[in-house]
Ligand binder design. Structure first.
Ligand code: SF4
Length: 433
């Protein structure tokens, strides 16, 4: 029998299928090995699948449920599905009329969440009977399968699926949060490029500003983790992700301003994580790095950091929370930086985007109907420079300030700004891991 840390035999005969009139089981399914943006459902990585008359459930290499959908006519749309995250949240991916979602998010599917967030799009899928039924009763589908008459390989597989009860999955999520210090309360918007699949590793806690408006901040003062603690996390994460680690090729360096950590610590951590997590031999091609930064950490960053990032085998996305370049707005939202600093950070971001092929700096700004008009005016002056050239790099993410309050007016303002912006411009949907 395979040990949980043994490498997955990618070259073994694939897939293995057992079928009856009532259900089919498929082990070692091979999904796409690159993240792509397409308007139909794509499965990534290596996984296993159970299909019954009414449902399709998919499991990762640790035998934990990861995707589900119903085949009943109560299901909202045949190309929509549920995903369970490592943080043990269920997310419903809806197409929502592909073009609108793609325009707004840069992705063809809209993640619908079970907790309050700042989404301007989508409905309330978790109030639908078919969706509620799967989220609460998926273990019953496993229980309803026969205990006898299955080939050994499939009965062993079913046994392991049944062992991963909702309680055990919740416990595993808590273990993940304990290893890194806390839940990832907000994922970088660029993590959409790997469908929010990444390994989180905390190299620094807290943030620099503790802005009044921010709903995701914590009380921790900014502090950098020791090398020993980072090594402990890497070892524990490697065990926690287990066999399924082969499906990962992305790293999130937490927490809210990891860019403010010393350059040598960041670079050493990246090298070690890349090696220990086996990104070079991941089933998923390329390697991605996501990291948050601030105006100060970005402007003060050691030039050696960018030289180092250029040489590492990561496609790096650094996301800066700039919020506004209007003095009145910055004061209103309690963000202790100046418009001059915001403009300087924005200009430096463009320099890096133009010169480092494997590094992209994206910037966040806020949106709200109650902000002074000077906010939108100053933002437009940044996003619509004199040059008529559009920039393919340097995503701009606009984050509605209010949670659980979709507003047509804000959505209209977003599309207007997007049409004028010279940069790829999207909404920032706040999601946790
Ligand atoms: S916006 Fe960023 S810097 Fe400000 S409190 Fe939130 S996490 Fe901290």
């Amino acid at each position: 029998m395979m040990n949980r840390m043994d490498p997955f035999p990618i070259n073994s005969p694939l897939p293995q299928v057992f079928t009856t009139p009532e259900f089919s089981m498929e082990l070692c399914c091979q999904g796409n090995d690159r993240y792509t943006k397409v308007s139909y459902p794509v499965k990534y990585g290596l996984f296993s699948r159970l299909e019954t008359r009414d449902h399709i459930l998919e499991f990762n290499l640790n035998h934990e449920i990861r995707h589900a959908r119903s085949k009943k006519n109560t299901w909202l749309h045949p190309s929509e599905w549920l995903k369970r995250t490592l943080g043990n949240d269920w997310v419903y991916y809806s197409s929502g009329g592909y073009s609108g979602v793609y325009e707004a998010l840069g992705e063809y599917y809209l993640p619908n969440l079970t907790y309050p967030t700042n989404s301007l799009l989508g409905g309330k899928p978790f109030e639908e009977k078919g969706i509620r039924e799967i989220v609460t009763h998926w273990p019953d589908i496993l229980t309803g399968l026969p205990d006898t008459g299955l080939p050994d390989e499939f009965s062993g597989w079913l046994q392991r699926l049944r062992e991963n009860t909702p309680e055990r999955l919740a416990e595993k999520a808590r273990t993940l949060f304990d290893i890194i210090g806390s839940r990832v309360t907000v994922m970088p918007p660029d993590a959409r490029h790997t469908d929010y699949n990444f390994i989180p590793l905390t190299i620094a806690d807290g943030c620099l500003y503790k802005c009044a408006f921010c709903k995701i901040k914590n009380k921790k003062p900014f502090s950098v983790r020791s090398r020993a603690d980072i090594h402990r996390q890497i070892a524990e994460l490697k065990t926690l992700y287990g066999r399924d680690i082969i499906n990962y090729n992305a790293l999130f360096l937490g927490e809210h301003d990891a860019l403010n950590a010393p350059a040598d610590l960041i670079l050493e951590t990246l090298e070690k994580a890349h090696e220990e997590f086996g990104f070079a031999s991941s089933y998923m091609k390329e390697a991605f790095l996501f990291i948050f930064g601030s105006a100060d950490s970005f402007l003060n960053a050691d030039p050696l950091l960018f030289e180092g990032l250029k040489a590492l085998p990561f496609q790096t996305f650094i996301n800066l929370g700039l919020e506004s370049c209007d003095k009145t707005t910055l004061k209103l939202i309690g963000k202790p930086i100046t418009p001059e600093k915001v403009r300087a950070a924005f200009e430096k971001a463009q320099q890096i985007n133009q010169t480092l092929p494997n590094v992209e700096i994206s910037c966040n700004f806020i949106m709200d109907e109650d902000l002074p008009p000077t906010h939108a005016e100053s933002l437009l002056s940044l996003l619509r420079p004199d040059s008529r050239r559009t920039s393919p790099k340097g995503g701009i993410y606009l984050s509605p300030l209010k949670f659980a309050s979709p507003s047509r007016e804000v959505l209209y303002d977003f599309y207007k700004l997007k049409s004028l912006s010279r940069f790829p411009t999207f909404l920032y949907l706040i999601q946790r891991l």
